[in-house]
Design a protein around this ligand. Structure first.
Ligand code: HEM
Length: 141
């Protein structure tokens, strides 16, 4: 038999070159939405955090864009004084607390620390609590 990944020398037992476990990674462990949202794999959880903070960055960037547009002219054309203050506060708080602070600890922390601790034979570290965090709170870990 000549299949990819199989030895086919005469008299030799067919041995897959790559076992099923080796071929499986956090990227191909499942392709459904629930396989990502209910995952207990720390690498997938890190990716979820990355997606969350990217979304928050986009929201804060829209607020920055509104401020920039407002500052094109001296008059309050687009935003009132109060509206400008709101955009300023929204931008500042989201950038700092929902993007900057969660970025390194949550994304790199979830991805790398379990690997560095060699604590994840099945890619699991505190598997029950981690998946809740990207959606419930983006600020803490
Ligand atoms: C990680 C943190 C932050 C990032 C990446 C960030 C990024 C940006 C970017 C890309 C702009 C658009 C620049 C422009 O329009 O020329 C902007 C505008 C602005 N940001 Fe931030 N920002 C951050 C935090 C903050 C904080 C903490 C405050 C204040 C509390 C703030 C206040 C402003 C203001 C007032 C503008 C409008 C200024 C202007 O357009 O001239 N930002 N920010």
């Amino acid at each position: 038999m000549t299949g990819a990944g199989l030895h086919d020398a005469p008299g030799e037992e067919l041995v897959p070159l790559q076992t099923a476990d080796e071929a499986r990674s956090y990227l191909n462990a499942g392709h459904s939405l629930s396989s990502w949202l209910l995952t207990t794999d720390h690498k997938r959880i890190a990716i979820l955090y990355l997606i969350s903070i990217t979304g928050f960055f986009a929201i804060a960037a829209i607020a920055a864009g509104l401020m920039r547009l407002e500052l094109l002219t001296p008059q309050a054309d687009l935003l009132s004084a109060e509206g400008y203050n709101r955009a300023f506060t929204l931008h500042g708080i989201i950038m700092v607390w929902f993007f900057l602070i969660p970025s390194i600890p949550n994304v790199f922390g979830n991805f790398l620390i379990p690997l560095m601790m060699a604590s994840t034979p099945g890619g699991r570290s505190t598997p029950r609590s981690r998946p809740l965090m990207p959606t419930a709170t983006s600020c803490s870990r």
